[in-house]
Design a protein around this ligand. Structure first.
Ligand SMILES: Cc1ncc(COP(=O)(O)O)c(C=O)c1O
Length: 640
């Protein structure tokens, strides 16, 4: 029986679970404001306040917290007050939220450090696409699609063309289209052929360095109008004239083996805490040592003996860091969601998922066989409506109560750069006895005064989150995923979750990388590098966001979030933005359909603690020029 179950359960065999939930419901009903009772522990509350109150830090602390060397002082001194004021209202919004009742929790001046007086509830508006941009975006896609179909039609008619020619070569029996229905025939396939291939040079660029603040991109060329791309290689492969162009080119250089690269400022990696930049100093020693007495691969799953002492150590550190009873680590973040959700949920259960949840969550939810309902992104009122309706109506047809309900959320939404409105969503979940599953892939390490994630940032007690999930691929420069929860839940998952039972265990080398990075973040390495990284990430992110907004760009997300999508809307601007940036030595990620809705193409910046103020200023100056060329100032004018 699953250790997770809700009060909607009726069967005898699940009575134990019912009791668990009844206890929850009783806590709720014995209190006028049901969710307030266990919502804020003192330690949790004071950490939120510490974070919000920059005045807690003495001058020396502030200096230490900067990414630059102490002699230089605060690199953001000239804009510090403005940055703090802007980010303060974002923090207040997430920690206090909007109701007066919430606000009163902090009105005690002995604990609030006077912050209450500064509190002004802010509502965050998401930029909406101007009519002109929507119209031209649709028009742009319509033209591209029409031209694509005409080309497909002529290719079929004359049996000539890139894709038809392949089929006629008859390499495989399935190339005989008379006997087989086309394996790939969908809008996505058409989109790839006729739209994506036109701009494919903007994606999957080969990188020849670690994903630090500065990277080396291998130069690619296309000899057939972007149909295929090849790595340029060494200049010796070129004519003297062509080679000269590359020799003169700004930002270009050659690697030791002669391959031509472009030196770029990296604005696209999830290297939030900058471990890719200072790995040699922070983690290398421990990681190399771990290879002396442990294998690189365990060669079997966790359940079949693939557990080393380092696996236990990572699990202990994760549980301690997050304030949960225990934790389990798995070899991949994606598979953590894709296999843990089906282990927890099944037929007769209901998953209520934020509409913008990551594809790994969608995969896990669909595989589970549970019924799925989506609620509007971060919309606690919509969540409440759905939960209320689910409890009143029960399962479709039979009307039997749902066996259990689980609400799945993310800490930071990676395509929007928005924080989860955890406080109000958890409040609704507790009111209706629904379990909470929080994916902290992007928020753990990057969010909160000590990097403990969304709970710390919003002041929600971790015990109010039933399942904390996260990955080590972002802030920790490692790989793998974790689940932190109660002992009962984790014990069940160890046996029932496919990633624990059947996947190869996480490599001990990676375990050591995770342990080393945790030590730095927690200050257990005896330095303040971790503290400095967290503060540098926050400052860099807030500065970059503030300047982008000053440029009148449509910027999504919240202050303190290291992810900053800037809206491009028009399909032509996706490629133009990416190419302009590359030309100017900026590596950026651009995102279009199907990763985001067709109208909502964007460039997505990911800021790191490894960036310096100089890096950011250079990038911002270039982006400012590009914004003029491409007409991106949608906050100033509907025409950009
Ligand atoms: C919210 C979320 N969950 C899970 C994952 C999967 O993590 P990983 O890349 O570590 O497998 C990602 C990846 O970016 C993510 O954004």
């Amino acid at each position: 029986m699953s250790p997770l179950s809700t009060s909607h359960s009726q069967s005898d065999s699940e009575k134990e679970n019912d009791d668990d939930m009844i206890a929850r419901t009783e806590t709720s009903s014995s209190n006028d404001s049901p969710t307030e009772a266990s919502f804020q522990t003192d330690s949790c509350r004071s950490s939120v306040l510490d974070y919000h109150d920059h005045t807690n830090l003495d001058e020396n602390d502030i200096r230490v917290l900067q990414a630059s060397s102490p002699e230089i002082g605060d690199p953001f001194a000239d804009v510090r007050d403005r940055m703090e004021a802007l980010s303060h209202s974002s923090r207040m919004y997430h920690a206090y939220h909007t109701t007066d009742q919430d606000k009163s929790i902090y009105s005690d001046s002995s604990t609030s450090n006077g912050l209450d007086t500064q509190y002004t509830p802010t509502t965050f508006t998401v930029p909406t696409i101007p009519f002109f941009a929507a119209y031209t975006t649709y028009l742009g896609y319509a033209v591209l699609i029409a031209v694509g179909h005409v080309r497909d039609m002529f290719a079929r008619l004359f049996r000539r063309g890139r894709y038809v020619a392949q089929a006629r070569r008859n390499t495989y029996p399935s190339d005989d289209l008379k006997s087989y229905a086309p394996l790939l025939k969908s809008f996505e396939n058409f989109y790839t052929k006729r739209l994506y291939h036109r701009i494919q040079d903007c994606f999957n660029r080969p990188v020849a360095s670690s994903p630090g603040a500065n990277i080396q991109m291998l130069e690619r060329v296309s000899k057939d109008g972007n149909k295929t791309l090849t790595v340029l290689g060494s200049l010796e492969n070129l004519s003297a004239e062509d080679a000269e162009v590359y020799r003169m080119g700004k930002h270009l250089s050659c690697m030791k083996d002669g391959r031509v690269t472009r030196k770029c400022l990296n604005l696209g990696s999830y290297n939030y805490l900058g471990f890719a930049d200072d790995w040699e100093v922070t983690c290398k020693e421990g990681v190399l040592k771990s290879m002396v007495d442990l294998p690189v691969s365990m060669g079997c799953s966790r359940m079949e003996g693939g557990t080393s002492k380092l696996h236990y150590e990572v699990e202990r550190v994760v549980a301690e860091f997050l304030g949960k009873e225990t934790a389990m680590v798995l070899s991949m973040g994606f598979n953590t969601n894709a296999t843990v959700i089906p282990a927890l949920m099944g037929r007769g259960d209901l998953i209520v998922s934020d509409e913008l949840n990551h594809t790994s969550i969608i995969n896990g939810a669909r595989t589970s066989g549970a019924a799925i309902r989506c609620f509007g992104h971060n919309d606690s009122e919509n969540l409440e409506e759905i939960l209320k309706e689910a409890i009143v109506l029960g399962q479709p047809r039979t009307r039997r109560p749902w066996r259990k309900i689980m609400v799945i959320l993310e800490g930071i939404y990676s395509m929007e750069g928005e924080y989860c409105d955890l406080r109000s969503l958890v409040k609704v979940c507790k009111k209706y006895g629904a379990y909470v599953y929080l994916d902290e892939a992007h928020s753990v390490g990057a969010m909160g005064s000590t990097g403990r994630g969304c709970c710390e940032y919003t002041g929600v007690d971790p015990s109010d989150i039933d399942i904390l999930m996260g990955t080590f691929t972002k802030s920790f420069a490692g790989m793998g995923g974790y689940i932190a929860s109660s002992k009962t839940v984790v014990a069940m998952l160890r046996e029932k979750c496919a990633a624990s039972a059947y996947h190869n265990a996480l490599s001990p080398v990676v375990c050591q990388q995770i342990i080393s990075s945790f030590k730095v973040i927690m200050g257990l390495d005896g330095t303040n590098i971790g503290k400095q990284k967290i503060a540098a990430l926050r400052d860099n992110s807030n500065y970059f966001r503030m300047r982008l907004i000053d440029m009148d760009l449509h910027v999504m997300g919240h202050y303190d979030s290291p992810i900053m999508p800037v809206m491009l809307y028009n399909p032509t601007k996706i490629a133009a933005f990416s190419r302009e940036c590359l030309k100017r030595g900026l590596a950026v990620v651009v995102v279009g359909f199907p990763a985001v809705p067709i109208l909502m193409s964007r460039a997505r910046f990911c800021i790191s603690a490894g960036h310096t103020r100089e890096d950011l200023d250079r990038a911002l100056d270039e982006i400012d020029e590009i914004a003029d060329i491409l007409k991106l100032r949608y906050a100033r004018s509907s025409f950009g």
